[in-house]
Design a binder for this molecule. Structure first.
Ligand SMILES: Nc1ncnc2c1ncn2[C@@H]1O[C@H](COP(=O)(O)OP(=O)(O)O)[C@@H](O)[C@H]1O
Ligand SMILES: [Mg+2]
Length: 434
């Protein structure tokens, strides 16, 4: 029904804000694409440019393969739902949903039939006679959705449509929205800052930070092989454990990753060992999700880290232990100051590194740059001898209410094949692009 392509699209607002920075993105016919990122990263601006409500400063918006920058919004075959939707308070639910059809000159009888179909698909078939004030928040959002989709748009744009709802209702509606858009086969771009929402709803997720596209892929791809440190840190709960490691190559044995007081080892028959070996004598970031860590007896063989439980968090269905393993954490600030995306220019990169370095070292990036000679050597890893360092608290999943308590020792086995490596700039170290 519709495809969307953004080609080198940037948006600079009149006040100089660079809201979208050279974004390239293809959305396939019938695909459910989620734009994910923290508040202010440029998601709405991207969506508004697709809708024609905002002009790109440079680059092209292509709809169905045609250059669409000059196409007025009403000719784009698009329906849009916002977080702050407004219904007509004096109209019934049925009239609200049917209003776009009425404007389009559709006769009452086919109109009522289409309204009834959409309403029943959205589970509001029995409240068509009510007014918006007589509905719950979730029902009102369904009406807004129904009104948008009743014209059978080729492209459905949704900008954080569920953010104002409570969490139970959000989960319910998110399942309904994916089911409905897939049933209709309508191409959808869905904006959210909620990573759980993105991972559960999307065919593919596009992750943005400070106007820069960081990674695009299926939920499995972006979660399982995040392209950058930022994506790794942003997806998943609990957060991925990110530890600073220095690399030391033992030619006859393995590549050692020294994590402070303990080490992990990549044997040469691990396909990633050669790429990591390039960083001999340097520091990299080692990422481990909680699911890569399993509690084991203290004398267990293999890749094991020993730690002391600093504290426990009970979540009902599971408990989390946070271990002090004598390593240093790399802290990625999600709200601002990221690392650049793969291929992002040095300009974006340097601009982005500020907060990461600041959080890690307690100093601004410029100071670190001048201290380290500046330029391309700017690192997310700071300078070990001179800066404040934050001890890592390694998140480990345990059964609910485990028979351990804080202060106790715990050994965890590390699934080395599930460990991620990132270079000092925050790019994934890998044997090849996915
Ligand atoms: N009309 C505008 N004028 C100036 N700056 C804007 C305007 N609209 C958005 N911005 C800025 O552009 C950036 C991206 O905004 P937005 O696309 O709304 O982000 P998101 O939807 O991801 O929260 C933010 O820094 C925001 O303040
Ligand atoms: Mg927004």
């Amino acid at each position: 029904m519709a495809t969307v392509a953004l080609k080198d699209v940037s948006k600079v607002f009149p006040d100089g804000t660079l809201a979208v920075d050279n974004v390239n993105l293809d959305v396939n016919d019938g695909e459910f694409m989620v734009l994910l990122g923290p508040s202010g990263c440029g998601k709405s601006t991207v969506l508004r440019m697709v809708a024609g409500l905002e002009d790109p400063t440079s680059g092209a918006v292509m709809l169905d393969g045609e250059y669409a920058n000059d196409l007025p919004p009403r000719d784009r075959g698009i329906a849009m739902v916002f977080q702050d939707f407004a219904l007509y308070p004096h109209m019934t639910v049925g009239d609200n949903i049917g209003f776009p059809l009425k404007l389009a000159g559709v006769e009452p009888s086919p109109r009522d039939e289409r309204v009834a179909n959409v309403a029943s698909a959205l589970g509001i078939g029995d409240v068509l006679g009510r007014r918006p004030s007589q509905l719950s928040g979730g029902q009102r959002q369904r009406v807004a959705m129904g009104r948008a989709i009743v014209r059978r748009p080729g492209l459905f744009l949704m900008d954080e449509p569920l953010s104002n709802l409570d969490s139970g209702l959000r989960a319910e509606l998110r399942a309904e929205i994916s089911a409905l858009t897939r049933e209709l086969g309508v191409t959808t771009i869905y904006v959210t800052h909620d990573q759980a929402e993105a991972l559960t709803m999307a065919d593919r997720v596009a992750i943005m930070r400070k106007g820069v596209l960081q990674d695009v892929g299926t939920p499995t791809q972006v979660y399982g092989r995040p392209a950058t440190l930022y994506v790794a840190a942003f997806l998943g709960s609990p957060r991925m454990n990110l530890l600073e490691a220095s690399v030391y190559v033992h030619l006859d044995r393995y590549v050692a990753l020294n994590l402070g007081e303990q080490s992990l080892y990549l044997p040469w028959d691990d396909i990633r060992s050669r790429s990591v070996a390039h960083y001999h004598g340097e520091r990299i970031v080692v990422g481990m999700r909680a699911e890569a860590l399993t509690p084991v007896p203290p004398d267990a063989p293999g890749d094991v880290l020993q730690g002391r439980i600093r504290y426990l968090e009970h979540h009902g269905h599971e408990s989390l232990a946070f271990l002090d393993v004598g390593a240093t954490a790399v802290v990625v600030d999600e709200m601002s100051g990221p690392v650049g995306g793969p291929g992002a220019g040095a300009r974006s990169l340097r601009r982005g590194l500020g907060q990461v370095v600041q959080r890690l070292t307690g100093r601004a990036a410029e100071q670190v740059e001048s201290a380290t000679g500046g330029g391309s050597r700017t690192s997310v890893l700071g300078d070990p001898g001179r800066h404040h360092r934050r001890p890592a608290e390694l998140a480990v999943r345990l059964a609910p209410y485990p028979a351990v308590s804080s202060g106790q020792q715990l050994a965890v086995s590390v699934r080395m094949d599930a460990v991620h490596f990132f270079d000092e700039r925050g790019d994934r170290i890998d044997v090849g692009w996915r």
